[in-house]
Ligand binder design. Structure first.
Ligand code: PGA
Length: 258
């Protein structure tokens, strides 16, 4: 008889989720080809979503309507409306049928100066409009080498749990070590699992319902490393950048999560 802790019943609540983050890639023609290929695959119990550049949401919503694939955006404003030139509100994303919105991606934290509190406010805005925010956290290489990984991701997450309180159950968290994004360097399954376990314990201490909150891993996930990462007990799927632009690769990653 197995002496493993009672992980199985909890895992049943955590449906695997694989999200493509197209970043600033695509074109009307290329998207059509990619989405047609994605729609032709079967995903079983795996929930699949693509977070696309906002300008394409209209086309993507038409292409994916009635399919098993959800869609979403890569950022939203923390405000609902007003004088915020260039911004897009969560309410607008909801009008286009978005299910998810990524907030606090490391590229936005680094290149657009997004601080922890703003990321938390964006997550709150998303929840107000019925979207699921995918809150990204992750440390840089220097922070990892200084032994500060848990301090950094803990601080990033604390801003969100403090603002959201018991609404925290409505989010998905993505652990994306900055040094693994787009670099071809993936965290080892053990490195990723250890941070995921820390994040889950932190979330549960902050009031998240035990066993239901999903934590995705992101950073150079490919078809050939996905299965080992997704086999870790606290990794519930992936946030996929570069590999989400290649249909066969993305579909293979999705099946590795099932
Ligand atoms: P990558 O990006 O898969 O290209 O490393 C992941 C992400 O930035 O979400």
């Amino acid at each position: 008889m197995s002496t493993a802790p009672a992980a199985a019943p909890l895992a049943a609540h955590r449906r695997p989720l694989v999200v493509g983050n197209w970043k600033m890639n695509g074109s009307a023609a290329a998207n059509e080809v990619l989405l047609a290929a994605l729609k032709s695959a079967q995903y079983g119990e795996v929930e699949v979503s693509v977070c696309v550049p906002a300008l394409y949401l209209h086309d993507v919503s038409k292409a994916l309507h009635g399919s098993a694939i959800h869609w979403g955006a890569q950022d939203c404003s923390s405000h609902d409306a007003g004088a915020f030139t260039g911004e897009i509100s969560a309410g607008m994303l909801a009008e286009f049928g978005c299910c998810h919105v990524i907030v606090g991606h490391s590229e936005r934290r680094a290149m657009h100066g997004e601080a922890d509190r703003l990321v938390a406010e964006k997550a709150a805005a998303a929840l107000r409009h019925g979207l699921v925010p995918i809150v990204c956290v992750g440390e840089t290489l220097a922070e990892r080498e200084a032994g500060r990984t848990e301090a950094i991701v803990g601080r990033q997450l604390a801003a969100v749990t403090e603002l959201l309180g018991n609404r925290i159950d409505g989010v998905v968290v993505a652990y994306e070590p900055v040094w693994a994004i787009g670099t071809g360097k993936t965290a080892s399954p053990e490195q990723a699992q250890s941070v995921h376990a820390f994040l889950r314990a932190t979330l549960e201490r902050a009031g998240a319902a035990s066993g239901s909150l999903r934590i995705l891993y992101g950073g150079s996930v490919k078809a050939d490393n996905a299965a080992l990462l997704f086999a870790q007990p606290d990794i519930d799927g992936g946030l996929i950048g570069g590999a989400s632009l290649k249909a066969a690769e993305f579909i293979a990653i999705c099946s590795a999560a099932g």
